[in-house]
Design a protein around this ligand. Sequence first.
Ligand code: NAP
Length: 277
Amino acid sequence: MSSRKTLFITGVSSGLGNALAREALAAGHRVIGTVRSEAALQAFEALSPDQAHGVLLDVTDFERIDSVVAATQARHGPVDVLVNNAGYGHEGIFEESPLEEMRRQFDVNVFGAVAVTKAFVPYFRQRRAGHILNITSMGGTITMPGIAYYCASKFALEGISDTLSKELLPFNIFVTAVAPGSFRTDWAGRSMRRTPRSIADYDASFDPIRKAREEKSGKQPGNPQKAARAMLQLIDSPTPPAHLLLGSDALSLVRDKLSRAAREIDQWEALSRSTDD
Ligand code: NAP
């Protein structure tokens, strides 16, 4: 077995975070997991009374994050791997969706992950060790109608993650943006925030997309347990990548987007070059 590590995972009550916690515990690691209710805390700690430690934290509770991270390490010792997993999807046509929904989406998916990361980086830097996994999405590279705020939040987290990987490499700290495709979690079910429809012009283009996403929930191709095993391989690698896609859908959609982008760059190269002196 690989060396025993301590993981701090945000959002271990369900989905990918829960699967990662379970697989990590089964592999002999220790897991500190954040949850948002006493019931979820008890369910999580019941997975392994000695090795699963729950922490009540909403990642938008920005004032508490530093003290929670400090107290956690004072109690359980240094954390080796931070996994910023907590997040949700907002679905809604851009024109119909209130700005407040975008703020909320960014508070959780971006500012929450950033605040937790900021709390850990000084410890990692002092120890010249650490690995940060930011759970982004294929929606951090590709886009689809109806999830502009979600994609924007994941593009933001991809950008932060990529920059941070360069800033922290000299300190032997690795940062990996893990971008899943569609996985069988609560993401498109109870966790999703759907802005109600209000502009009939979008009925024809968007209603089928919303319906298809609702119908597909729970039947996505991605298996969270296999994603968890892939992430355990990642944290075991001495040279982890800055980006990792999970799932064959993510692989083909992101590849297609990147090759289309490369073709478009070629097509417009002359105009792009025309602006130098
Ligand atoms: P999920 O089953 O809905 O799990 C989301 C987890 O995040 C839950 O534990 C939830 O806690 C927690 N959470 C949500 N908002 C939070 C907040 N403000 N503070 C603290 N915890 C919060 O969905 P999932 O698919 O596993 O999502 C995990 C991550 O994967 C997300 O970042 C998501 O965007 C990303 N992702 C998922 C997919 C997919 O297809 N499933 C694809 C790409 C990316 P509660 O139980 O308290 O709500």
